[in-house]
Design a protein around this ligand. Structure first.
Ligand SMILES: [Zn+2]
Length: 378
């Protein structure tokens, strides 16, 4: 994978390249970002950069023999360790039993989650694991000479799955063989054993920016700009989540939202009932997406009031501008956000969507009149 193929994360990419160029890249590196932020893609891009025979100041060349091998996940000195399961009773879980499946999976889904991966190898209810046997195999494979005579790189995907057996790796991490780099690609540092954490240097990946996700979606598929932006905004910085939303949402959330607000502003009981009926017919995920989308618009409205700026365009922008100019107080805008979030919470837990959104609509009518919602309930 090239750095240019990694979605966003420009700061981390620049820092890693700089560390390599200045000879400051640590032997044990922890690349950590929330699910979907790209810790594995960044690790792969770094490995390719290190192996590349004609690297530029910003990226690997993409076509030398080393790049071709890394891109196919076939470089002999690029090792992988990842959560796996016992392939059959009596055989310990080890990466080598699933390396072919892992290569195929990562080639198809470099942003895939461990859940996706474990599903992919039919782990079903089995917990993935990085075992003591795996740790021994890691030590053994890194003690061998590099096949191609250069660097050896081990990517440990999701070190969170290393339990206390991870302590077997401490010596290796502290004193790795010459020309060896160990990259831990993680999502949640709280679940990494402290002995490993304290021996690695961390590069943190923030959630991917809305603009970076939008640009990636627009450049990789023929998708409407508005839909790409909506998916990016709802994805909370996760590229695979944006992809999922794009295929799930599939229609523009704005017209329905605008319609709902029109009914709320005019306190149009019949219109609101119709909205509630239509809302109840949507799938649960779509209901949550829509409510989350409304929260984003309300947050943009608050932001606009404070800063007079807004990163939306077209009719979403004019909607936010109009809403920002109304007499609705900050408190009421915040109340709306809180009530919508509470409704999402209940819908997630299988509450009756129709009743929930009906009650929410009434609370919204009160909120825009700057009336206390509690006075309605009590
Ligand atoms: Zn190259």
């Amino acid at each position: 994978m090239l750095f240019s193929e990694v979605v966003g994360q420009q700061t981390a990419k620049n820092n890693l390249i700089k560390m390599w160029q200045q000879n400051h890249l640590p032997h044990a590196l922890l690349i950590c970002g929330q699910s979907g932020a790209g810790s594995l893609p960044v690790s792969l891009a770094l490995a390719q950069y290190i192996f590349c025979e004609h690297r530029t100041p910003v990226d690997a060349c993409g076509h030398c023999a080393s790049c071709v091998k890394v891109a196919k996940m076939e470089h002999a000195d690029l090792h992988f360790s990842f959560p796996s399961i016992a392939p059959k009773p009596g055989v310990k879980a080890m990466s080598k039993h699933f390396i072919k499946e892992f290569r195929d999976f990562i080639l198809k889904k470099p942003y895939g989650s461990t859940f996706d991966w474990l599903q992919n190898i039919n782990a079903e209810n089995k917990q993935g694991n990085i075992t003591a046997e795996e740790s021994r195999a890691i030590i053994e494979s890194l003690s061998l000479k590099a096949y191609e005579g250069g660097m050896k790189i081990l990517i440990i995907w999701r070190p969170e799955y290393l339990g206390k057996e991870g302590n077997m790796l401490l010596k290796l991490i502290e004193e790795p063989p010459a020309n060896t780099i160990i990259i831990f690609a993680a999502e949640n540092i709280e679940n990494i054993i402290p002995t490993i954490l304290s021996r690695t240097q961390m590069v943190k990946l923030p959630p991917i920016s809305i603009a970076d996700i939008t640009n990636k979606l627009l450049s990789s598929s023929a998708v409407d700009t508005r839909l790409a932006q909506q998916a990016a905004r709802l994805s909370e910085g996760s590229y695979p989540e944006a992809l999922r939303l794009l295929s799930d949402v599939a229609n523009d959330l704005f017209p329905q939202t605008r319609n709902w607000f029109n009914m709320i502003f005019t306190n149009n009981g019949i219109g609101l009932s119709k909205f509630v009926e239509d809302f109840a017919k949507m799938g649960r995920e779509q209901q949550k997406n829509m409510l989350q989308y409304v929260i984003h618009l309300l947050e943009a409205t608050i932001h606009h009031r404070y800063t007079n700026t807004c990163n939306l365009i077209d009719d979403e922008l004019s909607f936010v501008q109009k809403l920002a100019k109304t007499t609705i107080s900050f408190e009421s805008l915040e109340t709306m956000i809180r009530e919508i979030a509470a409704t999402m919470y209940h819908i997630e837990r299988n509450a009756h969507a129709k009743m929930q959104v009906h009650a929410l609509s009434i609370k919204m009518v009160y909120a825009i009149q700057n009336k206390q919602v509690s006075s309605l309930i009590n």
